[in-house]
Design a protein. Structure first.
Length: 152
């Protein structure tokens, strides 16, 4: 007995919706677990996001950070002040506009970020090695390639 094409497509669509929901939940759990392994200490999520942006995109003004992070300028000012007091961020005059300050990561913050990233990757590598068989590691490698395509 053949399943009508329309009924087959509905079933496939429901399966894809279920898969999307499971993937969303799983990615969230993995992000939280990686955050735990990062040992962020007293750094808030918004502060960690700003540090990540400065590392990825380079020096920026507080106003450009606020726009990029979708924050009010006053909230960004408080975040920047906390990061400056913690000696994670430093400011220097913007060569293009001396009235503004370019914020950048301190060397000690860069070292802390590198150590945090290494801790997360070490945890993940150990988990992969201890919880998965060699065949599953190969399967995971294929899944990572598919996830990269989804993220693009």
């Amino acid at each position: 007995m053949r399943i009508p094409q329309e009924e087959h497509n509905d079933h496939e669509h429901e399966h894809v919706l279920q898969l999307a929901g499971e993937l969303r939940i799983l990615v969230g759990k993995l992000r939280r677990r990686l955050r735990e392994e990062a040992h962020l200490g007293d750094v808030s999520l918004s502060q960690a996001s700003v540090l990540s942006r400065l590392e990825r995109d380079g020096p920026a003004t507080a106003s450009s950070l606020a726009r990029a992070e979708g924050m009010r300028p006053q909230s960004m000012a408080a975040t920047v002040q906390a990061l400056t007091q913690a000696r994670m961020v430093t400011g220097s005059p913007d060569p293009a506009d001396g009235r503004q300050t370019l914020l950048s990561l301190t060397d000690s913050c860069r070292a802390w970020i590198a150590a945090s990233r290494a801790a997360r990757e070490d945890w993940l590598a150990r988990s992969i090695e201890t919880r998965l068989t060699p065949d599953e590691v190969t399967e995971l490698s294929h899944a990572v390639a598919l996830l990269k395509r989804l993220a693009e």
